[in-house]
Design a protein around this ligand. Structure first.
Ligand code: 13P
Length: 254
């Protein structure tokens, strides 16, 4: 059985003091027994991670945390980058890879995304591998093909065992930060197609083990309907993850 995952992608928001305050509020609002059912993770900016680690370790919180990107390299002359070993050392459970904002603003292509997925796996940090179509692709009716192509490219060269350790996040670009959530049927259509492609590539075992999340304008008001879909195992939450009340309400409904 796949354990649902709700991951809050804070994007470039909240300094380390604000991060501590938000994590404390989330931990206070969600009862310990909740975490046996649903995994909850926060993905803050790099500069917040050490503070969150200290808080989580010190108070033995069950909340997980991670990062929003990593370098494909382990170390070296890569000014401004942060490596997989560094994230692992800070106790990161997850790292998003290939988010559409990285693809757009940092020109990340499928090959780089693939190398980042491999770097995360190599260091024991679970990649949350993001993919999704732009509006024009959906309007042309090519969204399923586009997303399965991105899936194949991002997972290129991985063994079946490695693929089992990847979390996939379907995030239609037109639904990110726009308030326009995909209908649960539209989200399910793509998530099911991604799972079918995993089955084709690596067998039913792998396909049924991999968690597939939906992301794009997820809120407490729509999470229930989304996670009720057969192939949606949780959510990657942007804006709604910055507000403790809204985020914990959303988690409780997942
Ligand atoms: P919003 O929830 O703000 O639409 O952002 C989604 C997202 O990009 C999460 O990674």
């Amino acid at each position: 059985q796949r354990q649902p995952l709700i991951a809050g992608n804070w994007k470039m928001n909240l300094n380390h003091l604000e991060a501590i305050a938000l994590v404390q509020k989330i931990a206070f609002a969600l009862p310990e027994k909740y975490f046996a059912k649903v995994e909850v993770a926060v993905l803050p900016p790099f500069v917040d991670i050490r503070s969150i680690q200290t808080l989580v370790d010190g108070d033995k919180l069950l909340l997980k945390y991670g990062a929003q990107d990593l370098s494909p390299h382990d170390s070296g002359a890569y000014t401004g980058d942060v490596s997989g070993p560094m994230l692992a050392k800070l106790g990161c459970s997850y790292v998003t890879v290939g988010h559409s904002e990285r693809r757009e603003y940092h020109h990340e292509d499928d090959d780089l995304v693939n190398r980042k997925v491999k770097a995360a796996l190599k260091h024991g940090v679970t990649p949350i591998f993001c993919l999704g179509e732009q509006l024009d692709v959906r309007e042309a009716g090519n969204h399923v093909q586009h997303c399965t192509d991105q899936l194949v490219a991002g997972l290129k060269g991985l063994s079946a065992d490695q693929v089992k350790d990847v979390v996939i996040a379907y995030e239609p670009v037109w639904a990110i930060g726009t308030g326009k959530v995909a209908s649960s049927a539209d989200a399910q259509e793509v998530c099911a197609a991604l799972r079918a492609k995993l089955a084709e590539l690596h067998g039913e075992d792998v396909a049924s083990a991999v968690r597939v999340l939906y992301g794009g304008s997820v809120k407490s008001g729509n999470i229930g309907e989304l996670v009720a879909q057969k192939d949606i195992d949780g959510a990657l939450v942007g804006g709604a993850s910055l507000d403790a009340d809204e985020f914990t309400k959303l988690c409780a409904l997942a």
